[in-house]
Design a protein around this ligand. Structure first.
Ligand SMILES: Nc1ncnc2c1ncn2[C@@H]1O[C@H](COP(=O)(O)OP(=O)(O)OP(=O)(O)O)[C@@H](O)[C@H]1O
Length: 454
């Protein structure tokens, strides 16, 4: 973050302005003050504020509705609303109008510092996200793979390297971590992109049907086969065959698949003429295949045939820095579906998503966003919306949306990790440049990298 952050404080009470300005300056911020809405506009012409602290009752009208109506003009940067005691409804209205957070008077200096820091961090994050999106967009075909963690960066690099070759790919990792999206990206970036991508869920097809599903069958091959039918292997000819959950393939079928991989040809069920096909095989599993090989549930020779290059996905909880990008991505996808502007989470909701554990990984995060978005109002996802669906998300009971204490530390930690990882990714792991962009000394950045094990 460029230092020092500039804060514009607009409040008509001189004593409050002086005291708050002192507190903010003590935190290392550069502060400018004003007493009315007109002064807000005027100051902004020569003071490029990173954040605005704005009282709602300002001269000449002292009418909060007047200030609320003017709010959309200023929300290209974080605005924190200062309210009088008991004006929670007004504050919520301000959040709907695009304010980032609110603080109720009398204001506690610690709370002020926390809320300001959080808004500045989020603002910085949004800027980083935009530049990352830009960067990602230029790597054609990889834009479906969202994430800025070292793990996702490696995966993108690996995918772009191996996709154009015909090497077989095995994607492994826990459920919901993006194995299928990665497999599709391999296809999309390959010379077979114009050909078919045929997906087979090996565990979902009953063992006795799998052979005819894959290899097809001739007319009369078995009871009920009144017509000849091409199998999925044939349909994938010239493209990519994606064998999902390959660890669940029955042993008898494994033998048959091995033969196809060795010989590049197969007999349809009941058929006598050999079919030759040209497919690239991409497989995925959340099972531990070497372990299955040991226990005899998976053939070792097949394992080495399908493995080619192994791409391993990590659980989402090990890469929290991907969460902000995924949130933005999924909300944008939803908006495209409904042709509306994307919803956005307010600061507290945003932090809840980052802080929560996601054992179901990206799939669970996506589904949470889908359901919360369905009940959000006025374009904003609030913690109150989330709490309707997730009892563990308690809306703030105080007058501020900030939660000081341990949970805040966890939130700041996740955001720090997120910002640092993204800056490192952006500058190709050049720590000097990343430190400059983050407004840290190189030494300071190195300490954080070490502390977080980045
Ligand atoms: N890095 C990512 N970028 C964008 N979307 C993602 C990413 N990872 C996962 N998703 C989304 O999360 C959901 C689950 O992903 P996917 O089906 O690829 O997971 P999987 O690892 O194949 O799961 P399973 O093992 O249960 O089949 C999908 O909606 C997918 O689009």
């Amino acid at each position: 973050m460029l230092n020092p952050p500039r804060i514009l404080l607009i409040d008509d009470e001189p004593a409050f302005r002086t005291l708050s300005a002192q507190w903010l300056e003590a935190e290392g911020h550069e502060v400018s003050t004003g007493a009315s809405l007109d002064e807000l506009s005027e100051k902004l012409t020569h003071f490029d504020a990173d954040l605005i602290l704005l009282d709602l009752s300002l001269p000449p009208h002292f009418d909060p509705q007047h200030t609320l109506a003017a709010l959309p003009r200023f929300i290209d940067r974080p605005v924190i609303i200062l309210t009088g005691h008991g004006e929670r409804e007004l504050a919520l209205e301000a959040l709907r109008q695009g304010a980032w957070d609110f603080l109720a008077k009398p204001i506690d200096p610690d709370m002020l510092a926390v809320v300001v820091k959080r808004a500045l961090t989020k603002h910085q994050l949004v800027r980083e996200l935009n530049s990352l999106k830009h960067q990602q967009g230029s790597q054609q075909g990889l834009e479906t793979l969202i994430g800025a963690s070292p793990s996702m960066n490696n995966i993108r690099a690996l995918v772009s390297r191996i996709a154009p070759t015909d090497v077989r790919v095995l994607v492994t990792g826990p459920s919901g971590t993006g194995k299928e999206v990665i497999s599709k990206a391999v296809h999309a970036l390959s010379s077979r992109a114009a050909g078919p991508f045929i997906s087979v869920h090996c565990g979902a097809i009953p063992a006795e049907l799998l052979e005819s599903e894959l290899f097809g069958h001739t007319r009369g091959a078995f009871t009920g086969a009144d017509k000849a039918r091409d199998g999925l292997l044939k349909l994938a000819d010239g493209g990519t065959l994606f064998l999902d959950e390959i660890g669940e393939m029955p042993l008898a079928m494994q033998v048959k698949l091995l033969r196809v991989l060795q010989e590049g040809s197969f007999y349809p069920v009941g058929g006598r003429s050999l079919e030759t096909i040209d497919v690239r095989l991409v497989s995925a599993t959340n099972a531990d295949l070497p372990e299955k090989v040991k226990t005899g549930e998976f053939r070792e020779d097949l394992y080495y045939r399908i493995k080619g290059v192994n791409i391993e996905t990590r659980p989402l909880d090990e890469r929290p820095e991907d969460i902000p990008l995924l949130i933005g991505h999924f909300l944008e996808l939803q908006a495209r579906g409904g042709s509306q502007a994307p919803l956005h989470p307010d600061t507290a909701a945003f932090h809840w998503f980052i802080q929560r554990r996601w054992p179901g990984n990206v799939r669970e995060l996506k589904s949470a966003l889908d359901s919360v978005a369905a009940i959000a109002r006025n374009g904003i996802i609030t913690l109150e919306d989330i709490a309707l669906l997730y009892p563990d998300a308690q809306p703030s009971t105080g007058d501020s949306l900030a939660h000081p204490g341990d949970s805040l530390e966890a939130q700041v930690r996740a955001l720090e990790i997120s910002l640092i990882s993204q800056a490192l990714a952006k500058f190709d792991h050049n720590r000097t440049h990343a430190a400059q962009a983050l407004g840290l000394s190189r030494q300071g950045l190195l300490k954080k990298i070490e502390r977080y094990g980045l």
